[in-house]
Write a protein of this length. Structure first.
Length: 412
């Protein structure tokens, strides 16, 4: 174990932490201003040129906020621009993509059974997809269909579905959903960098010079801000998905990712409507729940039994006595024990992941459920199928687990 290896582990942790912190800052300010903008009211005592106001209470004090669609009589020299949260989130996210998925491409990025390419080719595909995604999105927004909000949103959803499917045919399931999140986050941050902030700077300059700003600049920035609003929640899900193999490593992972976007739109529609005081569309929660149930079904069908999440039964004898156990033991020890042993011998693995050791029969039985979930029902393990576990071996693990579970007295 070298000092360099230890330092790199801490670099990964530090970058991940930075990404979470900056994302919280960006999402927090975004959600606040959306709620503020929707909640503004027109009153009789508004200052000149103000379009709305809102009174708020927080931290023991009261805040009186006015919004001006055009410059007030006196515009301050120093304005607070909310942009660095977005930029820092994207930069830290890309850094995390580099140190985890590019530096560890053999484990996390490439699945040789999906697309057998050199590491550098996979990285170039990753970079190209992020860049091309923004170009296509920006083109659609500026095209004639961009003038039709609903039509554009439907078309963009179609693009996301295609990207979800495409990524699963390029990378590991883990990397596919992560890249879909990065693809979406790149669009969001590019909206801020290339459209929202530049347009706002032009508007501010025109107002200070006494010129009437072009109306299309504000409309364009508003459209991109609306898209960012609805894309935020799906991005959060996709960024967390690498911790949940039932999301990223099952047969219908690309459909699951696509449905997550619909859930995000429904949830944001609820809060946007409520903040705008236009009602309380509780039906959105019912629709979200139904979609979530559909996602759970997709992650368990047709290969997962409905109760696979039950804990390992106390009677482990059935698992040891199964006629399938010798073959399962050999598979686990041959495909998994390179990492899941007291002293891993796979390059870059310093300790058994999550302290799970699978180099003996008792340990394999003790972790039967996790093995079935991670390497049988899903393809989460081995990561990127680096040890080339065969479909027949995965199927046998599932059979062993289900039959042993039934033999131990559990009802499937």
């Amino acid at each position: 174990m070298t000092d360099y290896t230890i330092m790199f582990e801490w670099v990964q942790f530090g970058v991940r932490w930075l990404h979470v912190v900056t994302a919280i800052a960006w999402i927090g300010s975004s959600f606040y201003f959306i709620a503020l903008d929707l909640g503004l009211r027109k009153t009789e005592n508004l200052p000149e040129l103000a379009s709305g106001e809102e009174w708020q209470v927080h931290g023991g004090g009261f805040y009186h906020v006015n919004k001006y669609m055009v410059a007030p009589p006196t515009l301050p020299e120093h304005l607070i621009w909310f942009k660095w949260e977005s930029y820092a989130t994207w930069l830290s996210g890309f850094a995390m993509l580099a140190v985890v998925y590019y530096a560890g491409s053999d484990l996390y990025l490439i699945d040789r059974n999906v697309l057998d390419v050199p590491n550098w080719v996979a990285i170039l595909i990753s970079l190209a997809s992020l860049s091309i995604g923004w170009i296509v999105y920006d083109f659609l927004c500026k095209s004639p269909i961009g003038r039709h909000t609903t039509g554009l949103m439907v078309l963009l959803f179609g693009v996301l579905v295609v990207m979800a499917w495409g990524y699963t045919h390029l990378f590991t399931g883990r990397a596919a959903l992560l890249h879909l999140g990065a693809f979406t986050a790149t669009v969001m941050s590019a909206n801020v960098f290339f459209i929202i902030i530049p347009n706002q700077r032009i508007v501010v300059a025109d107002l200070k010079a006494g010129r009437a700003p072009a109306a299309h600049l504000g409309a364009q920035a508003k459209q991109r801000s609306l898209h960012n609003n609805y894309l935020t929640l799906p991005v959060i899900f996709l960024m967390l998905s690498n911790h949940y193999p039932l999301a990223f490593a099952t047969q219908y992972n690309w459909i699951i990712a696509s449905l997550v976007f619909l859930m995000g739109v429904l949830i944001r529609h609820y809060f946007n409507t409520k903040h705008a005081r236009k009602g309380t569309p509780n039906w959105t929660w019912l629709m979200t729940a139904l979609i979530f149930v559909a996602i759970m079904w997709l992650s368990s069908s047709p290969r997962l039994p409905g109760t696979e999440a039950e804990a390992l039964p106390s009677g482990a004898e059935a698992f040891l006595a199964s006629p399938h156990f010798p073959a399962v033991r050999d598979t686990v020890q041959g495909r998994c024990a390179m990492c899941h042993t007291a002293e891993p011998y796979h390059d870059g693995v310093l300790s058994p992941p999550k302290d799970v050791i699978l180099d003996n029969e008792v340990a394999i039985v003790a972790h039967a459920r996790q093995i079935a979930l991670q390497a049988g029902y899903s393809k989460a393990m081995p990561p990127g199928n680096i040890s080339f576990m065969e479909p027949e071996e995965r199927a046998l693990i599932v059979t062993w687990y289900r039959e042993s579970l039934a033999a131990s007295g559990r009802v499937l």
